[in-house]
Ligand binder design. Sequence first.
Ligand SMILES: NC(=O)c1ccc[n+]([C@@H]2O[C@H](COP(=O)([O-])OP(=O)(O)OC[C@H]3O[C@@H](n4cnc5c(N)ncnc54)[C@H](O)[C@@H]3O)[C@@H](O)[C@H]2O)c1
Length: 185
Amino acid sequence: MTPDFDLRRVRIAVIGLGYVGLPLAVELGNRYPTVGFDINAGRIAELRAGRDRSLEVEPRELRAVTRLTYTDSADDMADCNLFIVTVPTPVNAHKQPDLRPLKTASRTLGAVLKAGDTVVYESTVYPGATEEVYVPLLEQGSGLELNRDFFVGYSPERINPGDKRVVPLDNFMIYKDIIRLDRPD
Ligand SMILES: NC(=O)c1ccc[n+]([C@@H]2O[C@H](COP(=O)([O-])OP(=O)(O)OC[C@H]3O[C@@H](n4cnc5c(N)ncnc54)[C@H](O)[C@@H]3O)[C@@H](O)[C@H]2O)c1
C-alpha cells in the first residue's frame, strides 16, 4: 500500500489549534474538507464563535473559511485520511521536552487511524522521537503497521507567531512530497 495523496479525496484533520495549527487549518479549510481538533473545549467554543485569542487569524478570515469545522470530539475525525499534528512540546523545568501532549495526541489518533491514512508530525520533536515514541503508540492503538497499512511524515515548522509573511500553505506543499519513515528492524 502507498499513501493516497489524491487531493480530490483528501480529508484533513489538524490536531491542536494553537499558533501553528489554527492558521494551517484555516488555510487548508479554504480548499479541502478539514476538521480542526483541540482537547480544549473553550478553544473550540471561541473558534466556533469566530474568535481567535492568539490573534494569528483575523475574524474576517475565520468567518470566510468554508470547509473547516471545529471539534473537541475525536470521533469527528473518523472520516479523515490525513492527520497533521500541531500540539505543543513545552520544555520542563529541567529543560527536558514534555512529550505528554504528543503522546496523548498519538493515542487519540491510534483510535481513529484506518488503512491508507497518513499522519504528519509538525510539532517540534527530537531526532528519533517519532519512530521510538509516537509511531509505536499509533501502531498499538490502531493494530496497524507503519509503512504497510499507514504512513508517517514529518514537516518542519515554518510559522513564527505574528509573522504573516510565511504562508501556511507552503507547509502543505511538503506533504505531497512526504518522506516515509523507514524503521530499522
Ligand atoms: N508557534 C511557533 O512559532 C512555533 C515555532 C516552531 C515550532 N513550533 C512547534 O509547533 C508545535 C505547536 O506550537 P504552538 O505554538 O502552536 O502551540 P500552542 O500552545 O499555541 O497550541 C497548542 C494547541 O494544542 C492543543 N492541544 C494540546 N494537547 C492536545 C492534544 N492531545 N490533542 C489535541 N489538541 C491538543 C492545545 O489546547 C492548544 O490549543 C510545538 O511543537 C512547537 O514547538 C511552534
